[in-house]
Design a protein around this ligand. Structure first.
Ligand code: FAD
Length: 438
């Protein structure tokens, strides 16, 4: 990893948006039908850009069960009361009125995985035909092995909305000497720095509330901090010394939501005031009762392997999976991170590939994607993380080309946690929200 400065980071954070300038025209006389499943960062962006670049020759239908999207991004600040819910609530009206996306409120319950045109079934009992299908349904949770886990008692708050407000309420109820226990899921999971960020803003909240001996226990299923090790290492060891206990290699064996107790390979915590259990994750099911939970192919971790140029599933060239649900290895052997910024970038690559395919062209190979996460560390300071990927040759240890794929070209974290980063965090988030939903 090497450091990149703040100016360079903000330039790189704009890489995804810069792709918007690439037009793509389609020659078909009858509009091609593209159905998009899921209206989060991946789905909203691909629907918007298909319409913008499709020149009126693509009819895009977005299927999403919720009337608006509540972003996970910045949601830890809603948990602490620093932001109101409306700051992270994003509607679909601009997709409809500015871009001409047809937004259908509903859930896709089954997919006909034909090799050509296909059909999706909706919870309403109706169906939609597609020429191309883009799936961006996000994540599902894998319950702990031995469990009476009930997220309505011990929330994950890893999908924003009512869960965010429940965790906020529970945090506000903490008193002197109370403990907030949280888990970090096994990698790969949604937003690598997110759990550590949550530990910091919760500790900051308890500190500002002047609670005596209140503390945060972070039970990490992984061997070490998964993102921004410098910023979070400093925060745990210095800023919140004595307040945050960081416990690595804590594999969860059981969770009891009634007693707010958790048993892990690193110890047991019982009757704690708040148990923020964030489970291990996998691609969201299309049909939870079907083989493969409705997916034709899943990797060992439960995500959908895709190609990095069109985000297609092997054997189904007109079905594409983007965002947190997809699995894409990078040149360093690690997965491309699951983030809203990355989902937005993948959506543009996918939209361009679909429009090229409708024109009878191969996908572009000059592909760059970028991920960024800003992490508040206190109520006035933040850090950031950026990772950038180019499609190209992948080398083996001896320096020989071993194939093609996404090459990690830049991985950096903020050299300093400071107030400028905290302000930049809002500029960056507003930009991403607008680029995806407006
Ligand atoms: C606390 C926290 C902080 C974060 N901070 C950052 C950050 O700083 N930067 C960043 O880039 N990312 C951040 N993220 C990660 C980011 O929120 C996710 O990576 C992003 O939301 C993924 O987008 P997606 O489109 O794949 O999934 P989602 O945003 O989850 O959208 C999926 C959508 O699909 C819908 N859906 C599911 N199944 C179906 C179905 N069968 N039919 C129809 N619709 C369906 C769901 O209702 C949902 O709206 C954070 C996450 C958390 C939890």
């Amino acid at each position: 990893m090497h450091q990149i400065n703040r100016r360079r980071f903000l330039e790189l954070a704009g890489v995804a948006a810069a792709g918007a300038a690439l037009p793509c025209s389609v020659g078909a006389a009858i509009p091609a039908r593209v159905v998009v499943v899921g209206g989060g960062f991946g789905g909203a962006t691909v629907a918007k850009y298909l319409c913008m670049w499709g020149g009126g020759k693509v009819a895009v239908t977005l299927v999403e069960p919720n009337p608006s999207h509540i972003a996970c991004i910045l949601s830890n600040l809603v948990v602490t009361g620093a932001l109101a819910m409306d700051r992270i609530t994003l509607g679909y009206s601009a997709l409809r009125t500015r871009h001409g996306v047809s937004v259908v409120q509903g859930r896709v319950t089954a997919i006909n995985y034909g090799s050509g045109k296909g059909t999706v079934s909706l919870s309403s009992g109706t169906s939609l035909d597609y020429d191309h299908l883009v799936l961006s349904p996000g994540i599902d949770f894998i319950p702990p092995p031995d469990s009476s886990w009930d997220p309505n008692l011990t929330p994950h708050a890893w999908q924003a909305g009512p869960q965010t407000l429940l965790l906020k309420k529970q945090l506000a109820s903490m008193q002197d000497r109370d403990t907030f226990v949280m888990t970090v899921p096994r990698s790969p999971y949604r937003c690598p720095p997110g759990p550590y960020e949550r530990a910091c803003v919760v500790a900051d909240y308890l500190k500002r509330k002047r609670l005596n001996f209140a503390r945060v226990v972070v039970l990490d299923a992984n061997a070490g901090i998964q993102a921004e090790p410098i910023a979070f290492g400093d925060a745990f060891n210095f800023t919140y010394k004595g307040m945050i206990d960081y416990v690595p290699n804590a594999t969860v064996a059981s969770v009891n939501s009634q007693t707010r107790s958790i048993v892990t390979s690193a110890g047991t915590w019982s009757n704690v005031r708040v148990l923020n259990y964030i489970p291990n994750q996998r691609a969201a099911a299309i049909d939870p009762t079907a083989p493969g939970r409705g997916w034709p192919l899943l990797n060992a971790q439960g995500f959908v392997p895709v190609d990095p140029l069109a985000y297609g599933i092997s054997g189904f060239p007109n079905i594409h999976v983007i965002g947190d649900a997809c699995a894409l290895p990078a040149s360093d052997g690690k997965a491309v991170p699951k983030s809203g910024h990355m989902a937005n970038a993948q959506a543009k690559v996918c939209a361009d590939a679909i429009l090229r395919a409708l024109n009878g062209e191969a996908p572009d190979t000059n592909v760059t994607t970028n991920s960024a996460c800003f992490s508040p560390i206190t109520s006035t300071t933040a850090s950031w993380l950026s990772a950038n990927f180019n499609y190209g040759d992948i080398y083996d240890a001896a320096g020989k080309v071993k194939g093609k794929g996404m090459h990690r070209v830049d991985l950096g974290e903020a050299p300093k946690t400071n107030g400028d980063n905290y302000q930049d965090m809002f500029t960056w988030a507003e930009g991403l929200f607008a680029d995806s939903f407006v």
